[in-house]
Design a protein around this ligand. Structure first.
Ligand SMILES: Nc1ncnc2c1ncn2[C@@H]1O[C@H](COP(=O)(O)OP(=O)(O)O)[C@@H](O)[C@H]1O
Ligand SMILES: [Mg+2]
Length: 388
C-alpha cells in the first residue's frame, strides 16, 4: 500500500462501536485518516474519527456514498447493507474483507454449509424454514432433543439462539429461517483469532478461553493462553487457519470453537473483523488484533503474535436495575492494582448487561491475573442515578 507512506490513506470503517474505536486508535499511530459511518454521533468511535459521517449501515445510499469517500473500506460489524458493498466493489472500491465473504458470514446457514463442504468439524445440523419443518424433522427422527436453534440472520450475543431440551421447549422456538444443531456437551469455549494478508500469509494469536455469564449469555471474562493441552491448542489453531485460507479471505477472522467432554473440537461460528475475544491483545501481545487487522487489509507484513504476558479480560457490563446516564464505581480502586488496564468505550447510557468497557489484567502468571480479575470484578460497578 504505497499511500501509507504519504500519510493520507483514507480508511473507512462501517460502524463506530468499541471495535471501531480501538481500530482507529491503532490507525492513528500510522497517521491513517479515519472515516466512520454510524447513525449515532455519540457512538464510541464518533469523537475519535478524523471524519464522522452520520448514516445508517443498513441504508443503501448511506453505505454507498460513504464508500465513495475512502481508499479502503472495512467494517467492525457484520450486519451491513451488502447490496451497497457489492455495487461499490463492482465500481472498483477496495473493500476488505470482501463483501462475498461478509454475505456468507451474515447467514449462519451458509456458514455451516461452508464448514461441511470444506471438512471443517462442526456440530451436525439441518436447515429449517419454520417451526413446522422442525416438528416434521423431529417426527422423522432427523433431529432429537436436546437441540439448539439459531436464526440464520441477525442474531448476536446469544440473541437469536434457543436451546430446546424437550417437547415443552418447543413453545420457545424462534420464528424464521434457522439452523437446528445437535447440542454439544461443551467442556470449554475457546476462540482463535487469525489474520491473512493478500499474499496468503497467515498468523494466529494464541488460543483464548471464554467464560460466559449464564444470566446474560455474554462473555464475562476470558483468559489467555487457554488452559488446554498443547495438542488441542494446535488443533484449534489449525482449524482457524484452514477456515481463513479456504475462505480465501484477507483481514482478521475470529473463530469460535467448542471443546466437548470427549475433547473433540467443533467450529461454532466465525466473524471477519476484530473481536471481543481479542481485546486483551492490546496489552498482552507484541501485536494487537487491531494492528494486525490493519496490516492484513493494507497488505503489510503480519506482526508477531507472541504473548508478552498471560492475560485475563473482564467485560465491564451495565449492572442490573440501572438504565440511564452512566456512573462508574470502583475505577480508582482497580487502577491501584498492578497490571490492570481500563478501557471505557464512552457510551453515555448504561443498560443491564450493555458492554460499557473492559479491563485487561496482565501479570507474570495466569494464576495471578485470574486472582486480580476476581478482585476487579467485585470492585467495578456500572450504575446510574436512574433506576430501571
Ligand atoms: N450446538 C451447541 N451446543 C451447545 N451450546 C451451544 C451450541 N451452539 C451455541 N451454543 C451456546 O450458545 C452461545 C451462543 O451461540 P452462537 O452460535 O455463538 O451465537 P451468537 O451469534 O449469539 O454468539 C454459544 O457461545 C454457546 O454457549
Ligand atoms: Mg458466538
Amino acid at each position: 500500500m504505497e499511500r501509507l507512506s504519504t500519510s493520507n490513506l483514507k480508511l473507512g470503517i462501517i460502524a463506530g462501536g468499541q471495535l471501531g474505536k480501538m481500530l482507529i486508535q491503532e490507525a492513528s499511530k500510522w497517521d491513517i485518516v479515519s472515516f466512520v459511518l454510524d447513525d449515532d454521533e455519540d457512538c464510541p468511535a464518533g469523537s475519535l474519527a478524523n471524519h464522522f459521517v452520520k448514516g445508517s449501515r443498513f441504508d443503501f445510499d448511506s453505505v454507498y456514498e460513504f464508500g465513495k469517500l475512502v481508499d479502503v473500506l472495512t467494517f467492525e460489524i457484520e450486519s451491513i447493507n451488502i447490496e451497497a458493498l457489492q455495487k461499490l466493489k463492482s465500481e472498483g472500491v477496495k473493500i476488505i474483507p470482501d463483501p462475498d465473504i461478509l454475505g456468507l458470514i451474515q447467514d449462519k446457514g451458509l456458514q455451516k454449509e461452508f464448514y461441511s463442504k470444506n471438512d471443517i468439524p462442526t456440530a451436525r445440523y439441518i436447515l429449517s424454514d419454520s417451526d413446522n419443518d422442525i416438528k416434521k424433522a423431529l417426527g422423522r427422527g432427523e433431529i432429537s432433543f436436546p437441540f439448539v436453534q439459531k436464526l440464520r440472520k441477525g442474531g448476536y450475543d446469544g440473541r437469536g439462539v434457543a436451546v430446546i431440551d424437550n417437547e415443552a421447549g418447543l413453545d420457545s422456538l424462534l420464528e424464521g429461517p434457522s439452523i437446528i444443531e445437535e447440542k454439544i456437551s461443551i467442556s470449554k469455549e475457546i476462540a482463535v483469532i487469525v489474520a491473512r494478508n493478500a499474499h496468503g500469509d497467515v498468523q494466529s494469536f494464541p488460543v483464548v478461553e471464554m467464560i460466559f455469564d449464564p444470566r446474560a449469555n455474554l462473555v464475562d471474562n476470558l483468559i489467555c493462553p487457554a488452559a488446554i493441552t498443547p495438542g488441542l491448542s494446535e488443533k484449534a489453531t489449525k482449524i482457524a487457519a484452514q477456515a481463513v485460507t479456504q475462505l480465501d479471505m484477507v483481514g482478521l477472522l475470529a473463530v469460535e470453537l467448542f471443546i466437548d467432554d470427549q475433547d473433540r473440537i467443533y467450529l461454532n461460528e466465525i466473524a471477519p473483523r476484530p473481536h471481543n475475544s481479542g481485546h486483551h491483545t492490546i496489552e498482552s501481545m507484541i501485536t494487537s488484533q487491531y494492528e494486525q487487522h490493519l496490516r492484513a487489509i493494507l497488505d503489510l507484513p503480519l506482526g508477531s503474535t507472541k504473548l508478552k504476558m498471560p492475560a485475563v479480560m473482564v467485560n465491564i457490563l451495565g449492572e442490573e436495575g440501572y438504565s440511564g446516564p452512566v456512573l462508574y464505581e470502583g475505577l480508582k480502586d482497580i487502577m491501584a492494582i498492578e497490571g490492570v488496564k481500563i478501557h471505557l468505550y464512552g457510551k453515555k447510557i448504561t443498560r443491564p448487561y450493555r458492554k460499557m468497557g473492559h479491563v485487561t489484567i496482565i501479570s507474570d502468571t495466569l494464576e495471578e491475573s485470574i486472582n486480580k480479575a476476581e478482585a476487579v470484578q467485585n470492585l467495578i460497578k456500572v450504575k446510574s442515578w436512574k433506576k430501571s
